[in-house]
Design a protein around this ligand. Structure first.
Ligand code: UD1
Ligand code: UDP
Length: 378
């Protein structure tokens, strides 16, 4: 029975790790859930354990907030002795947050098989902390589980071998399907006096959008202009809350606390339009068939543009408003990428366990780097 450590630390990790853990446990793996403590507020953390039925973490590293270096170092320092104590056969990391990178780095140096779920996504914006985390985590990983074919193409172009790559599908959509019926029973619309199809939902938390008061102010003005046609609600991430006090809030936008998972899915499902800079929300709106405007200059999830409902609209206020009006004037069209079918976690568990059963590492550690380096196709 292989022992597999699954790592989660921040809001978007919880819905990604759950289906992988469930599938591994169904196959009788000894799963240890390690929470790094990157997110800790009840609204950023506890509510997800309740809503998703995620069991309490087996170990909690309690690392909390800090600069990138501080947080990375704290997670690594706490995770290293735990890996030595638990001696896992594999460490599974998900997504692209600081905890993902820090734990992958510890596990790789400890000689433990690293599996990265949501591998291969690339925004090609090196200014995003998540892009650094994605590229480095993939490089440290033995097994790379990609959500979509574009991610496989990125990894092949970077020289990864086909025997490391698995087109697994999207674990976030596994969780969406598993919880959609319960989410639709939420009374969140009623609590906030919202009518289905008659409001817009916004989220903003990317540092490039919210850390600078001028940029945040201009995005909020664009949202306020959209709100003249469609009332908007904005559940506020703590990073953004801190800046909003400085910037102020224009009329027409209603702030809400960060929403729990079920409430937020319900808010997305009944929204006429979503405006966001979130990664996961681009995917969930596509799966729900709700139009999404992404207020960024790049996306690491291009499949949501070509096979979903997402439009990359950038940060120019005029373009945001014009595009929102065009979308509001047109019909919704639901399209869905292949393998976003609710079974990604199952495919990941099968591939990881088959890999471990076959003897673990694909090739000796000292050969992996050289092998990757010689097969680059670009
Ligand atoms: C992190 C991830 C980002 C992800 C986001 C999801 C990194 C580099 N970034 O960004 O990819 O999209 O989570 O929500 O890992 N804070 C609280 N309470 C909490 C957590 C954070 O008040 O429970 C505040 C703290 O002031 C903290 C700040 O938010 O300094 C930023 O938190 P941090 O985890 O560093 O980054 P996020 O912006 O949340
Ligand atoms: N989410 C939530 N409440 C909110 C905002 C987002 O439950 O107020 C969920 C959302 O449905 C998705 C995930 O959090 O499942 C996305 O996380 P986030 O936007 O924080 O991070 P990103 O995906 O950008 O890394």
């Amino acid at each position: 029975m292989p022992r597999i450590v699954c790592v989660a630390g921040a809001r978007p990790n919880f819905m990604k790790v759950k289906p992988v853990m469930d599938a591994l446990e169904e196959r009788h793996a000894d799963v240890v859930l390690v929470h790094t403590g990157q997110h800790y507020d009840a609204a950023m953390n506890d509510v997800f354990f309740q809503d998703l039925g995620l069991r309490p973490p087996d170990r909690h590293l309690g690392t909390g907030s800090g600069s990138h270096a501080e947080q990375t170092a704290r997670v690594m320092t706490a995770f290293e002795p735990l890996v030595a104590e638990l001696a896992p056969d594999a460490v599974v990391v998900v997504g692209d947050v600081t905890s993902t990178l820090a734990c992958a780095l510890v596990a790789a140096k400890a000689g433990v098989t690293v599996a990265h779920v949501e591998a291969g996504l690339r925004s090609r914006d090196w200014g995003m902390p998540e892009e650094v985390n994605r590229v480095v985590t993939d490089r440290l990983s033995d097994l790379l589980f990609a959500p979509s074919p574009d991610a496989i193409d990125n990894l092949r172009a970077e020289g990864y071998h086909d025997d490391q790559l698995h087109l697994a599908g999207n674990v976030m959509i596994d969780t969406l399907y598993a919880n959609l019926d319960r989410a639709l029973e939420s009374d969140v619309l009623h609590r906030h006096g919202l009518t289905p199809g008659a409001y817009g939902l916004a989220t903003l938390h990317r540092p490039a959008n919210v850390d600078d008061a001028g940029t945040l102010g201009s995005l909020l003005q664009a949202l306020a202009e959209v709100a003249r046609d469609l009332p908007l609600v904005l559940p506020v991430h703590p990073r953004t809350a801190a800046r909003l006090e400085e910037v102020g809030l224009p009329d027409g936008i209603r702030l809400l606390p960060p929403a729990g998972y079920l409430d937020f899915i319900a808010l997305q499902a009944s929204a006429r339009l979503v405006l966001t800079d979130s990664g996961g929300v681009q995917e969930e709106t596509s799966a729900l068939g709700v139009p999404c405007l992404t207020l960024r200059d790049s996306t690491e999830r291009p499949i949501t543009l070509t096979e979903g409902t997402n439009i990359l609209v950038g940060r120019d206020p005029e373009r945001i408003v014009t595009t929102a009006r065009q979308v509001l004037a047109g019909p919704n069209a639901k399209r869905m990428p292949d393998l976003w079918d609710g079974r990604a976690g199952q495919r990941i568990a099968d591939a990881l366990l088959a890999h471990l059963t076959a003897g673990g590492r694909l090739r000796p550690t000292d050969e992996r780097g050289a092998a990757r380096g010689t097969t680059a196709t670009v």
